[in-house]
Design a protein around this ligand. Structure first.
Ligand code: ATP
Length: 338
């Protein structure tokens, strides 16, 4: 099975016609409320036609609510939203024919079998597709005559995904499409999403699996507390955090560590020395470290250096928010004590 990555997909699409120009999704100042609770607090979002865009974030960040707005299921409290040039709040019927949606809960008829569900979908959706193709694509062939109510959670999720990609819609919106899937099924789901992208379709998805975003997404946004904390390509997002490096020296360090622009810490691990560092200037600081090692005839065992991971950015977003919350909390306490 082919491994899908945004880079390999670009290679795969080299011989295909370029995707449509323009933006598939344009969101400006989107606000959503449940009663007096602000779930989405003024977000801006642009998804270009033909890209896979992943919305990441903590529980309750507002991702599902945002997807519900894009799908026409939730009327926003403020802001402007255009999906394929259409306002989903007022023209959802027009949008429906170009859209495939998979939310966290599929609305199935439990008594219908898997294949009957696909056949029903064939009658309901104007885009042509083949139930057999989708049974094979999502490995549901052996479950074709089983009532949906008797499918496992993962099998239902795969059927839901099959309905969302039915007829290769122009835009596919997927809310946690691989939650609860076993590794093989997840890989198949990734392949199906990769196929949509290869066909020049746009995909907007949410996920809690950072490796999924890394494998699939051309661009990501990290949401937290109803706001977008970071957005861009993975390279752009990870560039906002320092690169890390580490190594090990047998025995004690021969000399004080070199001065670098970033952070360099020598620690102890039994008789040996650990070397860890973080820097915004990886090449320059690594050169200083390597020159120091050369000068002192030191071997930097297992030397590793890497740009920040998406996980590091994700944690930085959470940490900076909890610091802000603590500040707000202190402010409130001060205000109260005054
Ligand atoms: P998760 O990753 O846990 O699925 P999410 O980022 O998708 O979270 P949302 O489901 O959009 O978050 O919810 C955002 C906030 O709005 C949460 O605090 C949630 O409790 C609240 N919320 C969502 N739906 C409703 C509702 N129908 N009524 C009241 N509050 C709601």
């Amino acid at each position: 099975m082919t491994q899908v990555t945004p880079a390999s997909r670009r290679h795969a699409t080299a011989n295909l016609p370029p995707p449509e120009d323009g933006d598939a999704v344009e969101v400006s100042g989107l606000r959503c409320r449940y009663g007096d609770f602000d779930a989405v607090r003024g977000i801006d979002l642009t998804v270009r036609a033909g890209e896979v865009f992943a919305l990441l974030g903590t529980n309750g960040a507002g991702k599902t609510t945002t997807l519900e707005v894009l799908s026409g299921f939730h009327r926003p409290a403020g802001g402007t939203v255009r999906v394929l040039g259409i306002d989903p709040a007022t023209q959802s019927a027009k949008l429906r024919s170009q859209l495939g949606v998979m939310m966290q809960e599929g609305g199935f008829v439990g008594e219908l079998t898997t294949v009957e569900t696909l056949l029903l979908w064939q009658r309901l959706v104007s885009r042509p597709d083949d139930p057999e193709r989708l049974l094979a694509r999502f490995d549901l062939g052996s479950r074709r005559d089983v009532a949906v109510a008797k499918l496992s959670g993962g099998e239902r999720r795969r059927l839901d995904l099959a309905l969302a990609v039915w007829g290769t819609p122009k835009l596919v919106i997927l809310d946690e499409p691989t939650t609860g899937l076993d590794p093989e099924s997840r890989r198949r789901a990734w392949d199906a999403i990769g196929e949509l992208a290869e066909a020049g379709r746009t995909v907007v998805l949410t996920t809690h699996y950072l490796e999924e975003a890394e494998a699939l997404a051309d661009r990501v946004a990290i949401m937290h507390g109803g706001r977008i904390a970071a957005t861009g390509t993975l390279a752009e997002i990870t560039a906002s955090q320092p690169a890390r490096f580490d190594a090990r020296i047998v025995g004690p360090p021969p000399a004080p560590p070199p001065e670098i622009s970033g952070e360099l810490v020598l620690g102890r691990d039994g008789p040996d020395t650990t070397v860890t560092g973080a820097t915004d200037h990886l090449q320059q600081d690594l050169t200083l470290l390597l020159n120091w090692a050369e000068r002192h005839s030191v071997t930097l065992e297992g030397l590793r250096a890497a740009p920040a991971s998406l996980e590091a950015v994700y944690h930085a977003v959470r940490e900076s928010d909890s610091e802000t919350n603590q500040d707000e909390h202190h402010k409130t306490e001060t205000e109260v004590s005054l």
